[in-house]
Design a protein around this ligand. Structure first.
Ligand SMILES: [Zn+2]
Length: 297
């Protein structure tokens, strides 16, 4: 199985168009080493020929252009087989509309996510006005075979308020995915949005060969400290990396051989390549994910 990180930043990307935080400033003026990043998405393939996106970010056009394995193989034929969604966030779904030139979009999402896209954001009816959409319901706990690769979703704890009020309290609003290579039985976990590493979540992660995990902020109150928002990472349904009880401490104790942070917010000091926080992550043997990173499982 091959996994390519298409976009490693959280919503807004790095730098974010309206943000003047230290990291975003460093990318613009080059005052400190920092690499631009697009918005959160990966591509997964059992064989390097058929690929599925996990989330479709607003940056999907440049992400596909930068990924030779995902380029068309002939007249309008594409290695892209479909799109799996972890949730209905606009940063994870706006790119669906940019795929409208294809013969149709094959969408895999939970019933809760489908409902939000239909009745909340309205993105699905909009897409359906431009191209056919087939929806495969993702049922957490049930394996789905993609040929050489299976996925199984699991509920990710989220404290995030449903802004549209269409799915409040329903299961499947935010999920992580476990991807298993059929031949080897080895698996990777993709978990770009999780509020808390509960025992149930740790059970999903334990035994994975590779974990791609929510690295949104370093401090839980990072956006509050910078005066950018009143909400903590926890309030927004995400994890913080640093300090006691941070994900770095918890995850490195689990014994997963490879851990990569994804969905990294532009305010997170790990994106500054000369920062103490970056050095701490690397000293723990954990990778700060970057666009274009390819991993084999
Ligand atoms: Zn910023």
């Amino acid at each position: 199985m091959r996994i390519r990180i298409l976009g490693s930043a959280a919503g807004g990307g790095f730098p974010q168009w309206n943000c003047g935080c230290p990291g975003c400033r460093a990318v613009r003026d080059g005052s400190r080493p920092a690499t631009p990043r697009t918005q959160s998405s990966i591509a997964v393939s059992p064989d390097g020929r058929r690929w599925w996106l996990v989330n479709a970010s607003p940056d999907v056009r440049t992400q596909l252009a930068d990924a030779p394995a995902l380029h068309p193989t002939g007249d309008r034929s594409t290695p892209l087989q479909g799109v799996l969604l972890t949730d209905a966030e606009i940063d994870h779904t706006l790119g669906l509309v940019l795929l409208r030139e294809g013969r149709g979009v094959s969408l895999h999402a939970t019933a809760a996510t489908e409902r939000t896209l239909r009745e909340g954001s309205g993105l699905l009816p909009t897409l359906e006005r431009f191209c056919p959409v087939t929806w495969t319901e993702v049922v957490p706990g049930t394996a789905h075979d993609l040929g050489g690769l299976t996925y199984r979703a699991f509920d990710a704890p989220t404290g995030k308020h449903d802004r549209f009020g269409t799915t409040e309290g329903l299961p499947g609003r935010v999920v992580g995915y476990r991807f298993t290579d059929t031949a080897s039985g080895r698996y990777a976990v993709y978990l770009p949005g999780v509020q808390e590493l509960t025992p149930a979540v740790q059970d999903e992660i334990d035994g994975a060969d590779l974990l791609l995990v929510d690295g949104t902020t370093w401090h839980d109150d990072e956006l509050v400290r910078l005066g950018l928002a009143r909400k903590t990472a926890h309030d927004m349904g995400h994890l913080h990396v640093g300090g006691r009880g941070g994900s770095l401490e918890v995850l490195t104790a689990l014994g997963v051989p490879r851990i990569v942070y994804v969905h990294v917010n532009n305010t997170n000091p790990v994106l500054l390549e000369d920062s103490a926080e970056r050095a701490a992550v690397e000293a723990a043997g954990v990778v700060v994910g970057f666009d274009g990173l390819e991993l084999e499982v």
